[in-house]
Design a protein around this ligand. Structure first.
Ligand code: FAD
Length: 313
């Protein structure tokens, strides 16, 4: 059959009808609903506290598997993390996970914090080494402290049968000696008792998918949940990414070009970028997603919706 060509000069329609196709994204109706988790940071002021709770209330109906609360660099938010996690236990239907780090504390002090969580009914810890406290550039284990995250996982398992998640770095941790050494480290954390890894955010989906393959080849079988960061402040993310082992592709710079003073458009671009990323992950069989919310719900809600998440009635 002769195909009609709407533009005889270029044959555009004909090319579209007969040319190679990018495989379509899967139909949402054929996919299981995504499994979600949301990360918050503990607020410093009353105003930020209000913002956090509005965020929690907005995302709660999406019934995430858990929500996690970060632990400030150097353990600076110990009391605030504890207060936020305890309030989540007391006042919501959500299951909290408390982040805990090795930085700036002895083993006995860290164990005490963990026992406090156990007593408050918190059964999930995100166990991390932590970043050096402000003013220090190189990480030094605290004398008498847990040296690295793997040691912390081991210590926590002695205290209680916590569910433990750990960090993973698809682009390799910035101070790791090699990608292999970093993968061995992840394996040690799993062997010590962690049952899930949550990744540093990334923007190049292929890097994450290759990382999954490397984890599989290294015998790591626990879920490696992608950490998704909707970007609203591109300038800040670019600066931060340079320090934390995430690269920012040139195409992203191009998409946010000229928008430094235009928050509304940045937010719309941000949803498109993140939605494309998560749908591509979904098309590759990923059905669990961890969102870095920065205590702001709107973009996360929209992206979760596009993934097929619907509020429980
Ligand atoms: C999901 C997620 C959540 C986070 N939440 C927080 C938070 O709440 N608070 C916070 O302060 N930071 C947080 N971070 C940042 C994290 O603490 C830093 O990225 C930190 O630099 C690494 O932590 P880790 O747990 O991966 O460390 P580790 O797994 O201990 O690894 C750190 C580095 O040390 C190397 N290493 C490990 N063991 C040894 C060893 N025995 N000898 C020599 N080298 C070794 C590893 O290869 C790696 O390069 C988070 C990161 C992620 C991805």
């Amino acid at each position: 059959m002769d195909l009609p060509s709407h533009d005889h000069a270029s044959g555009t329609l004909q090319r579209w009808l007969t040319g190679p196709r990018v495989p379509g994204l899967p139909n949402l109706a054929e996919l299981p609903p995504p499994r979600l988790s949301f990360e918050f940071f503990p607020p410093k002021t009353d105003k930020l506290e209000e913002q956090l709770w509005a965020c929690i209330r907005r995302l709660e109906p999406l019934a995430p598997r858990f929500v996690s609360v970060t632990y400030g660099a150097g353990g600076t938010t110990q009391a605030r993390t504890h207060a936020t996690v305890s309030r989540i236990v007391a006042e919501t239907s959500l299951t909290p996970a408390a982040h805990l780090t090795c930085v700036g504390a002895t083993r006995a002090e860290v164990d005490e914090v963990a026992r406090g969580y156990w007593a408050a009914g918190v059964r999930h810890i995100v166990a991390l080494r932590g970043d050096p406290p402000a003013g220090q550039t190189v990480y030094e284990p605290h004398p008498g402290g847990y040296d690295y995250a793997a040691d912390l996982v081991e210590g926590l398992k002695r205290i209680g049968d916590f569910e433990i998640s750990v960090a993973a770095f698809p682009e390799t941790h910035p101070t790791a000696l090699s990608a292999e050494q970093d993968l061995d480290n992840l394996k040690r954390k799993i062997d010590a008792g962690a049952t899930r890894a949550i990744t540093q955010y990334f923007f190049d989906t292929e890097t994450y998918l290759r990382f999954l393959d490397r984890c599989g080849a290294a015998g790591i079988t626990v879920p490696i949940v992608p950490g998704i960061m909707p970007v609203t402040n591109f300038v800040q993310v670019k600066r931060f990414s340079a320090m934390c082992g995430a690269s920012v592709p040139d195409w992203m710079g191009k998409l946010f070009e000229g928008l430094d003073e235009d928050l509304e458009t940045r937010r719309m671009v941000s949803v498109v970028v993140a939605a494309e990323q998560v749908r591509l992950l979904q098309a590759n069989g990923v059905d669990e997603f961890h969102f870095y919310t920065l205590n702001r719900p709107d973009l996360v809600y929209a992206i979760a919706h596009l993934l097929g998440a619907r509020a429980a009635r």
